[in-house]
Design a protein around this ligand. Sequence first.
Ligand code: HEM
Length: 208
Amino acid sequence: MNATHEASRVSTPLRTLQPAWVRITHWLNALAVILMMLSGWRIYDASPVFKGFMIPPGITLGGWLGGALQWHFAAMWLLFFNGLFYLAMNIVTGRIKGKFFPLWPRAILHDLGEALKGHLSHADPSKYNAVQKFAYLFVMVDIAVLVLSGLAIWKSVQFPLLRELMGGYDFARVVHFSAMSLLAAFVVVHLVMVSLVPRSLLTMIRGR
Ligand code: HEM
């Protein structure tokens, strides 16, 4: 095989852009996040953190407090173990370094400006732009805060240090709610972005 042929083979769109473990963990994570959010909203309504602010019951999951807790606790294990596997694999394979770093504030602002003007290039689907890198790292940290604040609420007596780090039991609920709100905002923006570049959805399904 000559060099030109070899080069065209390497740049062929048939190479895998998202490994199977990224795709599987991504979709399991999306499922867990949606189940946790919808059931969490029902749990919230049983004892609102912000008096007078309720989530419309029609968009919640579980039917009543007991049912919602069952969903929340079931999906929690999926979110936790799947998330741990995703993070561990990203670190062990070195993917986190190559895919999400380097990342500089200046690059984020630059790419955000280009994106708003509609100038951002998607020519190389194997690379994330700085805004994508930031958004994905942000949501990883946000989900970690959600899990930790959730643990502080669930087992507040067993984890007093965690509870105090979260500002006490009542404030841990505010942290949990705020992190959920940021996650909901991420999901909305994420879905809009994916709909603007539908090819990325194919990649997240079949890997290329
Ligand atoms: C509901 C919670 C969701 C969360 C927390 C989430 C999070 C993420 C993260 C962290 C990545 C980067 C993955 C990596 O490269 O390691 C990603 C990529 C992606 N997600 Fe999601 N996702 C969610 C839901 C969805 C849904 C519902 C869809 C589609 C309908 C979707 C479509 C995609 C696509 C297409 C990519 C690759 C996009 C790209 O090239 O930038 N995600 N998501």
